[in-house]
Design a protein around this ligand. Structure first.
Ligand code: FDA
Length: 309
């Protein structure tokens, strides 16, 4: 399966393939199963539906690798509009937002400064709405800049969350650095195509790293956000939380919209805090390709939807 995964991750960066694929109507079954819609209202509706099941959300306005300053500004505005709509709908206590720094300027000239200023603007809007921001983690070339920006943001907005990827060899050390009081850290396996010098590529090694990182975060004084659909890791996280005397609600489980929804509800019904990552918008191509890479079995569904177009 690895060559299929690597090819899909490569295609996720191809603008030519993107042009073809994005002519598919969003309602094409597969896209719709991972992305509830393109508009703010679609996102707000999905938050309401999750809330009815006792599940919270973190909303991502889709987009990444922005090379136009106007596009970065438009993304910031989209988050502001979204946060205002959540307040108006009475759902701001059920949802926070997730932000990719390359969507708000990290790749532009003077990118770190631009991304920091834009992220501040989103954090201010989130704070006014009474909710929080988590900064997504992208490929390893952005890790240092992303962690530095999160650290800056945390000076004024201490609730700003960071994301760490268990497949990176450096991550256990990053977990130790971010296990301090109150720090919100989402731990995921990692979704990009990374070289062996910086990342574990054997899935079993990634899982072992995930468990080591979980131990550091759950033993620590921060707020771990356990982002995985892997049944074994969910079980291990629950067992470690008990071992380290963590009450439910002092950590949370996170999953992606449309993946293992029954498990999301089972955990919530068992009293766990559960949050679903909810992407919306027109720029779903890169996100969809990463989801296909994680589960190449879905590729046949995807190809069928292309052919029947
Ligand atoms: P794994 O891929 O081993 O999957 C375990 C099981 O989950 C599979 O056997 C299958 O049952 C199910 N499953 C997984 N993916 C599926 C799919 N696409 N379709 C259907 N079923 C699927 N990554 C990143 O690099 N930066 C980030 O900021 C984030 N943010 C993030 C937030 C949240 C809330 C989650 C849950 C994940 C991320 N990720 C991420 C993605 C993450 O790195 C990883 O790629 C996916 O979560 C898949 O890894 P699992 O841990 O689920 O294990």
């Amino acid at each position: 399966m690895r060559p299929v995964r690597d090819s899909l991750l490569l295609l996720s960066r191809s603008t030519a393939v993107k042009r073809i694929v994005t002519t598919l109507p969003l309602s094409a079954g597969l896209v719709r199963s991972y992305v509830p819609g393109e508009d703010t209202e679609d996102a707000v509706r999905a938050v309401g539906e999750l809330a009815a099941d006792g599940i919270e959300a973190t909303i991502d306005f889709l987009g990444e690798e922005t090379v136009e300053p106007e596009q970065a500004t438009a993304t910031v505005q989209a988050y502001r509009t979204l946060l205002a709509r959540l307040v108006a709908a009475g759902l701001a206590d059920r949802a926070e937002v997730s932000v990719k720094l390359t969507a708000i300027g990290l790749r532009l000239e003077d990118g770190e400064r631009v991304a920091l200023e834009n992220a501040r603007s989103i954090c201010r809007a989130a704070q006014r709405a009474g909710t929080t921001v988590t900064i997504d983690m992208e490929d390893h070339t952005t890790t240092d800049a992303t962690l530095a920006i999160v650290q800056e943001l945390r000076q004024d907005f201490p609730d700003t969350g960071a994301v760490l990827q268990a497949y990176l060899r450096r991550t256990e050390d990053d977990c130790r650095a971010l296990a301090g009081p109150g720090i919100r850290v989402r731990l995921c396996k990692g979704a990009y195509d990374e070289p062996i010098e910086v990342a574990y590529t054997d899935p079993a090694e990634v899982d072992r790293s995930y468990v080591r990182c979980l131990k550091v975060l759950l033993k620590g004084e921060g707020y771990p956000m356990v982002a995985t659909h892997d049944p074994r890791l969910v079980e291990i996280a629950s067992a470690l939380a008990s071992r380290y005397g963590r009450a439910q609600g002092t950590y949370e489980f996170q999953m992606l919209y449309g993946i293992r929804p029954a498990e999301q509800r089972r955990l919530a019904d068992a009293g766990e805090r559960v949050r679903v990552y909810l992407p919306y918008g027109e720029e779903w191509y890169g996100y969809l390709m990463r989801r296909l890479a994680e589960r190449p079995q879905n590729l046949s569904l995807f190809l069928t939807s292309l052919i029947s177009k």
